[in-house]
Design a protein around this ligand. Sequence first.
Ligand SMILES: Nc1ncnc2c1ncn2[C@@H]1O[C@H](COP(=O)(O)OP(=O)(O)OP(=O)(O)O)[C@@H](O)[C@H]1O
Length: 776
Amino acid sequence: MLFSIGPGYFMTWIGIGVFYDHATLGPGVRAYRLSPGARIVYDKCLIRRLIGLPYEDAIRNAESLIRPAAFPGNQTVLLVNNVTLLTSEPEPRVLDRATLLVDYAGSVAPDTSMASQGLFFGGYDVWIHGPSYFINEYFVNATCLATRPSSECVALLLNDIELEKARKEAAKQAAADSGSGGEDNTATIVVAVVVPVGSVLLAALVGSIWWARRNRRRELEQRQRVKAAADKAADLEAGDPREKTGSGGGRLGVLAGGLRRSGDGDVFLGVEGEHGLPQWSEAAHLEADDVGDKSQHTPLTKPAACSRQRISDNASSTTDTEAGACSGNSSADLQPTPHLQPPPAVLSAGLEGRQDGEEGLAQAGQQEHPSGKEGHTQMYTGGHSSSLDPSQDTRMSALRMKPIFTRTLDAAPYFMSGAAAVGQSIKALTAFSGTDLQGSTVNVKPPPDHVSSPEEVVAELGAMVKELRSNANHVAIVLEGVLGHGSFGTVYKGTWQGLPVAIKTVVFSANQESRRHALKEAALCQSIGHPNVIATYATELQPIGVLPSRDKSSDRVSPSDDPSSSQKTSHLNITDWRLYIIQEFADGGPLANLYGHRALWLSPGVVNLAAVVPLALGIARALAHLHSKRIVHGDLNPNNVLLKQDPAQPSGYGVKVGDFGLSVLLPHDRTHLSNIVMGTMFYICPEVACKGHVGPPADVFSLGVILWELYHGRRAGIRTQEGPRYCSNFPSFPPGCPEEYRRITLHCMQRRPQDRPDAVTIVSTLQRLLDNLGAA
Ligand SMILES: Nc1ncnc2c1ncn2[C@@H]1O[C@H](COP(=O)(O)OP(=O)(O)OP(=O)(O)O)[C@@H](O)[C@H]1O
C-alpha cells in the first residue's frame, strides 16, 4: 500500500503496527509516495522490518542523522530490553530487545530509484513524536558484513529466511495433511490504540484491516510459493544466477520481453531474439519531448570538426546556427563547450589559498552542493551533465536511479563498525593508487572482531591525508568554473600542473555512507588506466567542518600530523571531509550533447557510420577493459560518456568513459552482485531494475541502448505529458542500417543477461564493421 500526502498535510499514525517486508537496511521504507512538504508522524507505533542492522548500529546510524530545524528538540533513541507490548494479538508481545524512538525527526529526501516503474518516494519529514518501537525480524550477520559486501549478506540472509519459511510451510502442510492444525503464523500486530480518535484513528483502523487481510493473503500465497521457494533456494545454493520472481520479476508484472507501456512510463525489459520490434518510421524518429523541452532532438548543422557552432542541448541555451562548409577546421572553437559557472570566490580561495589555512575550505564546504553531504538520493532534473542551471534542465530522459536503498545496503558495514571501516576504506584508497585492481577488492572490511577506536580512525585519516597531499598538495589548483553537479558533489573545471582538469568534489563525514561511495569511486578511478576511460591524476582529502578547538593551528591536519601527539583532541573534532578527485578534462562534454549533429546524423535514419562507429568502439573498449578487471561500471549512459577533442577521429572526438560513482568490483567467485538497484532510467537493464542483479551484462545492456542512440543520433527516452517513455522507434532500426550494427545492438539488449554478448565480442564486431566500412 502506498500513501501520498499533499504539501503541508500531516499523516499521523497512532498505535499502528507496520511491517516492512523489504529486505532493506536503513531508510528503505517505501510506503509513502513522493509527498513534498508533507509530514508523517508516528505515535506509539510498532515498526517491524524483515531485515535490519543490529540495534546498536541502527541507533548509531539514527543518531548521526541531522534533525531538521523545523523540529526543535533532541533525537532520543534508546535500546531497551525486556519489553512487553500489549497489542491486538491475543498474547502480549514480549521482546528481548528493541529500539525505542522517543523523539526523532528526519527528512526523507526524494528518491527516484524506482522511477522506471513510475514510482517516486520521499520528499517529506518523518517525526516519531510518541514513543515507538522499531524491531527487526532478522539481523544481518555482523561477521558477514565485516568480510563481504552488505548486499551479499542480505541476499544470503534472505535465502536462509526463505529456506526456513519453506521448511516451516512444508511442516505445516504435512501437519495439515495428517489432520493436526499446524502452527499459526498469521501475525496481527496492531498495537492497542490508546490515544485520540477521529481521522487519525480512521487511518489506523484502515491500516489494521489492511494488515489483517494482507496477512491472510500472504498465508495463502506462501503455500503456493513453497515449492518455488525451495527450488529457488536450491538454485541459490548451487550458485545459479537466477533470482526469485516473487518480489523481483513480479514487481514489474511483465517479463515476457519487449516494452511495457504504462501511464507512468515504460520499462524496457529487453528484447527476445528480434521479436516484437516496432515498425521504424521517420515520424517516430522525430518524436521529441512534448513538455517544454526542445532539446531532445536538436539537430545541429555541423560536426565538431567542420563547423563553427557551439552545441548545447540545454533547452535554455542558445544554439548558434551559423552554417558553413566543412572546412576541416580545428575543432577548438566548435566543441560542445561545457558551460562554466564562475567559481564562487570562496571556493577559488579555498583551493588556491589552501596553504593559508583550512578556514576557506570549511566555508567552501558549506557552499558545497548539498547532495554530496546528505548522502541521500536527490531528484535528478536533467540529463544534461554540463548544465548551467539545474532548474532549467528538466529532462526526464536521464532520471537517475541511485537509490537510498542501495547506498544503505552498501553502507551497512560502516554502520556496523563505522570507525574501523573508515580506516580500512582509506587504506583501500591509498593502496590502490595507481595499481591494478585485479585480484583486489575495494570493499576492504575490517577484521570481524576488530572495532577501531576513534584514535585509530583519526590516525588512518591522517595517514590518508598525508599520502594524498604528497600527491597533490604541492601544486596549486586553479579553479575556473563549475562543470556541473552530480549526485555526490560538484565538479569544477580547473588547471593543475598546467593541465586542464576536472575536479570532482565529494563531502562526507566520518560516519556517512556517502564516504564509502566517495572513497570507492576515488579508488576505482585511480586504478583504471585506459585510453577510453577518464584518467584520474590525483586525489586529495581535506578536513572541513572542524569544530572550534584550542588554537587555529591545531585545526590543521598536515602531513606531519601525528595522531598520538597533542593535536589528537583537535583531530577528533573533525566532522566532515572533502575529497577532491582530479581528473583529465574532457573538453567535448558528454556524448548526449553531440546527439543530433547534422554532420554525423545526416537525416532521419541516415548516419555517418564511419564517424559514429569509432565512438561506439571506444565505449565498448572501455567496457571490455573494466570487465577484464571485474569492474562493473553500473551507470553507463550518454552523460557518463565524455568526449575529448581528437582531430585524428572522424567525428573530431575521442570517447572517455567516466563517473564510477556506482561502480562495483565483483568478487572473484561471483558473476554478479545482488540487491543493488542502481542506474539511470532508460539505460538500466531488466535484471537490475527488477532483481537488483548487477554484473557485466548490465553494462552491456546499457551499451546496447547507447548503440541504438548512436545510430539514431538521439536519446532513446523522451518525456511526454503522460510521463517518460521510450521513443516509438526504439529499439528498431531503419531498413538501411547495416546488419552487423543492428544485430550487435539488439544482441546487447537481450532480456536475459546470459543471452547478451560480452564486451570483447562487441569490440571485435564493431571493429570488423569499421574495417568493412573503410574497405568499402
Ligand atoms: N572529467 C570530466 N571532464 C569534463 N566534464 C566532466 C568530467 N567529469 C564530470 N564532468 C561533468 O561534470 C558534471 C557532473 O559530473 P558527475 O559525474 O559528478 O555527475 P553526473 O554524471 O552528472 O551525475 P551523477 O554524479 O549522479 O552520476 C557533468 O556535467 C559532467 O559532464
